[in-house]
Design a protein around this ligand. Sequence first.
Ligand SMILES: O=C(O)c1cccc(C(=O)CC[C@H]2O[C@@H](n3cnc4c(=O)[nH]cnc43)[C@H](O)[C@@H]2O)c1
Length: 220
Amino acid sequence: MARAFPEPGRPVSLPGVELRRTGGSYDLLAAGVGPALAAASVSAALTAATLTGEPYALVVSAGIAGGFLPEAPVGSLVVADRITVADLGAESAEGFLPVTELGFGTVTHRPPDSLVRAAGAAAGARRGEILTVSTVTGTAARAAALRVRHPEALAEAMEGFGVAEAAGAHGTPVLEIRAVSNPVGPRDRAAWRIGEALAALTTAFGKLAPLLESWNRHDQ
Ligand SMILES: O=C(O)c1cccc(C(=O)CC[C@H]2O[C@@H](n3cnc4c(=O)[nH]cnc43)[C@H](O)[C@@H]2O)c1
């Protein structure tokens, strides 16, 4: 993912976290795969920055994703107006119950609307709901079930909600942007276009950098 940025930056020593500091106004964090590791990594980086008196102003979760067709084809970009965890809850005879229906927790984080709109326009990304799952969808039945519960979802990935939970706990705004590497549906490893998606993400960050560097939370 770091290839999407013009310079690799120098490593910052932080236990359990792979963080690089660039000469620009941002740090790069390899947050790992899955919501739990992503949340742990982002939380550690946010805490360390706060303790040194230089808290982050914005957290951006970026990576590849599965896209729901026809809205989000392979190679396209999506930016989240809602970051929703799709599998945090309980099964019941009546179907899946999100934790909020059990009386606790959160299932959706909403990035600042002005930032979502500006990022979508700058990067040429479609705006919509991005799901976070702990298991990559691999059947048509699972894809259809997700679509029934989340009819406006554009894509699924595995980190956004964890990143958003960590950012939310610190009161830091969050943005999620993804490049679609594969369709959500029956597992077909040969259909994944990771190189193409990373190239799209690299181009997008070239266009997004000025916006992200100048974005002020008071604009929201
Ligand atoms: O199934 C495989 O053989 C396989 C091969 C390469 C990579 C994977 C992953 O599971 C990568 C997960 C990684 O990429 C994001 N991602 C990309 N597409 C999807 C998707 O359709 N559903 C969920 N996550 C996806 C995810 O955020 C991870 O960071 C599998």
